[in-house]
Design a protein around this ligand. Structure first.
Ligand code: V0V
Ligand code: CO
Length: 148
């Protein structure tokens, strides 16, 4: 199978920290990055801010997702706790065109996906994750933008 049948590009790299707003300010003040989108996702237990080097996304532009836990039950709260409270890189997200097709292919190849069906991600995207054990130690997200 050709790569283009699976992944389009790296959509975002996610940085987990205790305070996403503080991280956003840091990116803006030091690097001139822009806030593209900000939202709370109760199901995922995070407040997340999408940052980009330009004010508008262009094709294949990679973003940084800065995120912090919404509450102590959040998987990100658990991750930070295990990391002794230190912020750091949490996951990498691949942009896909058809998450159902890509998920089926990855499952056929023995990859462990976390959800049976995609869940709601940033900006109305459909998301799923490959478990770190299937991602050679990296938590990999699949993200599909809404189709009009
Ligand atoms: C855990 N592990 C990781 C990891 N989190 N490895 C790499 N990167 C991470 N982020 C490893 C951990 O070291 C253990 O390895 C093993 O996985 C089991 O971890 P655990 O601490 O016992 O934690 P679990 O199993 O309770 O939870 C881990 C999973 C959880 C990955 C299942 O974090 C999860 O459900 N993540 C998906 C949801 C998520 O991350 N949402 C926040 C982003 P050893 O010690 O066994 O070797 S939301 C988002 O990105 C959105 C909305 C978006 O972009 O649209
Ligand atoms: Co993400």
């Amino acid at each position: 199978m050709e790569n283009e049948d699976l992944f389009i590009c790296i959509d975002h790299v996610a940085y987990a920290c205790p305070d996403a707003k503080e991280a956003s300010k840091y990116y803006q003040e030091n690097f001139g990055w822009h806030e593209i989108h900000r939202e709370e996702n109760p199901e995922q237990g995070v407040v997340e801010i999408m940052m980009a080097p330009a004010g508008e996304l262009s094709e294949h532009m990679t973003q940084v997702q800065v995120m912090s836990p919404l509450n102590e039950n959040s998987t990100v709260a658990k991750w930070l706790e295990k990391n002794n409270g230190r912020a750091g890189l949490h996951h990498m997200a691949w942009r896909v065109d058809d998450i159902d097709k890509v998920s089926a292919t990855l499952r056929e190849r023995g990859m462990r996906l976390l959800y049976d069906e995609p869940k709601l991600g940033t900006g109305g995207n459909r998301i799923n994750f490959m478990h770190p054990k299937s991602g050679m130690g990296v938590l990999i997200e699949l993200t599909q933008y809404p189709k009009n």
